[in-house]
Design a protein. Sequence first.
Length: 733
Amino acid sequence: LVSLRMSAMTKSTTGRFAGLVRIDRPQGKGDTVIPGKDKDKNKDLILKAKSIDLMKIENHKNHHTDLYQDNICVIRRSQTFQMWITLSRPFNRHTDRLHLHLKTGPIPKVGKRTHVIVPLVEELNGNCWEAAVVEENDKRIKLSVNSPGTAVIGRYRLTVEITCPNGLAIYTFNPSDDIYMLFNPWSKDDSVFLHDEEERQEYVLNDVGRIYCGRVNQIEARTWNYGQFDSGILATCLYILENSKTLCSGWGDPVNMVRIISAMVNSNNECGVLVGKWSGDYKEGTNPTFWNGSVEILQQYYASKGSPVKYGQCWVFGGVTTTVLRCLGIPTRTVTNFNSAHDTDVSLTIDVYVDENMDFITNKNHDSIWNFHVWNDCWMARPDLPPGNGGWQAVDATPQETSNGIYCCGPAPLTAIRNGQVYLKYDCPFVFAEVNGDRILWQRNADGTYSKISIEQKVVGCNISTKAVGSDERNDITHMYKYAEGSEEERIAVETACSYGSKPDTYESPTAKDVTMKVVMEGEGPKLGSDAELIVKFINHSCENRNVSLNSQLAVMYYTGVHKATFQKEKRDLDLPPNKETKVKLALSYHKYKDLLVDQGALMLTLLGRVKETQQVLATQFGFLLRTPDLIIKPIGTPVVGQKMKVEISFINPLPEELKDVVLNVEGIGLLPVQRITYGDICSHGRVTITKDFTPTLTGAKKFVASLHCSQLTQVHGVADIYVEACSSNTQE
């Protein structure tokens, strides 16, 4: 394509060159030259740009972008970067005029800030587009270039325009000289500025993390390779933005950017990255539990030219979101909320409906509580909200409910969620219900109305977790989402939030209660493949006998809180002596549930009871995981770049049955790319050891991760820390 525009001349040349037309060479390299009136005489005197050196090594080090593995120029906005330009003759500060043109997007426009004209100034002022000559060496000049903290991020095409008394020359560079602009958490002028260096290292530069799953009392962790610096990942992230069909003029606002990314990571919206699936049938794609990181997913998406990758669930959506946002420079962490509620009617409570006989009313029970749910926190200022709402913002790419007609969620300020300020944007009511909604039991009356008969205040939003800064430890951040359970501040926040919900009159004065009920599980919980026992503790706080009619049922649940099948029901009457504790044991047999288990699934104990003397309602649900074994990974040999080594991967089958068609997925950034190992069958309670050879390619602390999958057993993972040394000269000899 040929683009035509009127050249902008300096005052000294306006009269001579007014009306001349510039012709740019698209994607080409070379000068477009427009001589003065004496064409033949002045042609060789026109100042032309011959080549450019973007000083990638120096700029990358200064901009904290030296980890990106592509041979491109990656810089951060609101920070000076430098370049050498080789000219056809020495630069004359008095008569020569130079401008840089930076263009991004399909139709660059100055008014949209997607076509930037960078003037040459005598001295840099900062936080604006400007350039200054800081060094001269014969025909070479060194420029320092500034950009503002609001610059549009993305890929910029670079052009140098030079005017002199003898004419005009425009040098258009090759695509290899494009400049990639990112957000800058190191700059105070950028709205994603994060003041703590250790947190910047963790939330921007760490390419390996931990994602938590399981149950509130059985928290499990798996290593996730974010891989935001791997070759091609930055290009893929920009490709995702392009596929979003949003105006790139809005790509400088992190609030807008995280909404775009949270919408694009799922495929419920057009051209998204991941297809979500929770049915258990994954034969047309990859089981979500099998992914070890984001790189393979993003590579598939890019290679298929935007076809959604199959399949993802919440931790996969969260892991990919962290990769994309860290790659673009927005500080991001992956967060897990245990007992995470899904409010479907904006009541800000989790409503459970039963009939006159205390049986669930299926067509009214749409709210649910997931065993766990994974989303993201992103760090940014919020100038669009009242002061005090900047900092961590909850963002969720798992498609649950629409936000302004699009399947995305956030950014919702954690401070607003903590204080029940659900009237602030974006999606605060939904996130509030996830972490602090009360579960309310409603019973149908004879006339068809419903009465509130029970409120559970501490069941939702427990042990909210993320990886600790600088270590693999779990960091509990529940206090950032809500005040201490039961405190006056927390109750005020709940009542404030619910007053803006669809049932503002939910809360009334509580009635007296003298019987309490609690489910306890000894140790780390039952192992998959073994029988188990649960204990329910009742305490009668009154001075009189209490009789309780108790209904219990055990069911298999998807991790989202969706019911799959009930496999055990029981009714019993209990006699509770005054001022004493009574323990009730519930048996759990493996053979009853083994054929019903699902990926990431859990068992759920539901207890519904009534105290006959007082009509007090006792209601609770207790979910728990069946523990699976880990893969034990043992490095063998000295880890040195370029030298072959191996690891041993050991595993013991916990089931009293044979595992069929076992497959392992192994990978490690700087160690080896994603590889799948087909093992075959493993006998009942059998022990196996697999050896894997590989050759490290990068120095430093690395992680070798592996996962095991078969039809009978999933959610088996392992990780080994490996420190790779550089290859010494003696070793090379």
